[in-house]
Design a protein around this ligand. Structure first.
Ligand SMILES: Nc1ncnc2c1ncn2[C@@H]1O[C@H](COP(=O)(O)OP(=O)(O)OP(=O)(O)O)[C@@H](O)[C@H]1O
Ligand SMILES: [Mg+2]
Length: 397
């Protein structure tokens, strides 16, 4: 069983690449399902046919599903939401919150997407497919949420402060005495189940023998920057990442003067991408002269990206960045391509760290723990750049 999750900034081509990957995997003989979690659901547009909240067959060996986030939310969070709403509306809070804001507050950003991701786990456990391809909403935020099962546990234990056994005995006595509603056993069960699901999901997506993430980018500054940020977090939180797809590159044949500037820029950014995500393999797809709609166009996109390769293969295993506590400060280790030695120069600007070693330039988006700390030393050891960050946090200059 293989799980592949595509993510990237809005509009870069995630849905197209996910659908193309799934089609090629199906054609190679894997029983494959492609899921989208995006409320906008463009998987149907890619396959040029309606697709619903249940898996539908779209080609031999291939099924597609547009996960219904509202249904998932209701199933997993309905009881908790109702309890939280009652809690927020209770005497102590209802003066500051309007009805509508209560409804908004009981569903956190990223939560719906998180429940959609749980569909991966359901398919995994049912075992009907060999390959599960996920087309994620345009952000890495959800995966960060997934890294927080411990935090979720902590949080839920504070929202539901009274232990279940105690609650059973005390509720009839306690409820009239306290001004906030106490959770029912049902609510506690839902909360416990939610945490268990999160933990299993996290275990599945961080297991490099089963899962990997892939970033889809365009050769544009802001897109790359966001992908670098996601990559830093995937490394940090232990999500295996095994490839980058650069989509919409201007093809060789375009010689029009109007596009010359764009072509030069793209060439420059392709190098930036190769350096930034090293040692991940980088796949490329051209900007076609048509939309990527329907099986023929998807097949063409898959061929452009992966050639004769099996796209369900794990293309890379390992992490290219690591961060560990080092006395009062931190040690950031980054694998660098092609460089064994050379003077290292670093420039820090906000959460960006620009590294130059010999002819190599690389930008790393720093995780929050390192922002505001000064790099105190840096050195290369066996192709790994080790940067020490001091203990003191400085404010913005
Ligand atoms: N290489 C390409 N050449 C031409 N058109 C493309 C290419 N890749 C994607 N497209 C088209 O660009 C549009 C956006 O692509 P897609 O829906 O895959 O992006 P997305 O990253 O999933 O967007 P969103 O963030 O909105 O979900 C679609 O109309 C698709 O057909
Ligand atoms: Mg999409």
């Amino acid at each position: 069983m293989r799980i592949i999750v595509y993510t990237g900034k809005g509009g870069v081509g995630k849905t197209s690449v996910a659908a193309a990957t799934a089609l090629r995997a199906a054609e190679l003989g894997y029983r494959t399902i492609v899921l989208s979690t995006d409320a906008a659901h463009s998987l149907g547009d890619s396959f040029d046919r309606p697709i619903g909240p249940e898996p539908v067959a779209v080609a031999p060996n291939l099924w597609a599903q547009e996960v219904d986030s509202l249904r998932q939310l209701e199933r997993n969070w309905g009881k908790i939401r109702d309890y939280l709403a009652a809690l927020f509306r209770s005497k102590q809070m209802n003066e500051t919150l309007s009805e509508i804001s209560v409804d908004e507050l009981v569903v956190f950003p990223g939560l719906e997407e998180l429940f959609c991701l749980l569909e991966i786990k359901r398919h995994y456990e049912e075992g009907k497919y060999d390959v599960i391809v996920m087309d994620c909403a345009p952000t890495g935020e959800t995966l960060r949420l997934l890294s927080y099962p411990d935090l979720a546990r902590w949080w839920l234990e504070r929202i539901f402060p009274v232990q279940r056994a105690v609650l059973k005995v005390v509720r009839p006595v306690a409820q009239p005495l306290v001004s906030v509603p106490l959770p029912t056993v049902d609510v506690l069960d839902t909360a416990a189940a939610f945490i268990r699901e999160l933990e299993k999901m996290h275990a599945l997506l961080t297991d490099a023998t089963k899962s990997s993430l892939r970033l889809v980018v365009n050769a544009e500054k802001m897109v790359i920057k966001e992908a670098c940020r996601s990559f830093t977090y995937f490394n940090l939180f232990g999500f295996p990442t095994d490839g980058v797809v650069i989509n919409r590159l201007l093809p060789e044949g375009v010689r029009d003067d109007y596009f010359r500037g764009w072509k030069d820029l793209q060439e420059k950014y392709v190098t930036v991408i190769e350096e930034s995500f090293y040692p991940l393999p980088v796949f490329r797809a051209p900007l076609f002269d048509h939309e990527v709609v329907g099986l023929t166009a998807l097949r063409q996109l898959a061929r452009a990206c992966f050639g004769a390769e099996d796209p369900a293969r794990l293309f890379y295993r390992g992490f290219s960045q690591a961060i560990e506590k080092d006395g009062q400060g931190y040690l950031l280790s980054i694998r660098l391509p092609f460089v064994e030695k050379g003077a290292v120069s670093l420039a820090q600007r906000g959460d960006e760290l620009q590294i130059q070693v010999g002819g190599l330039k690389r930008n790393v988006l720093l995780p929050r723990a390192l922002v505001g700390r000064k790099a105190t030393s840096a050195g290369l050891e066996d192709g790994v750049l080790k940067i020490r960050f001091g203990g003191e946090i400085h404010g913005a200059p």
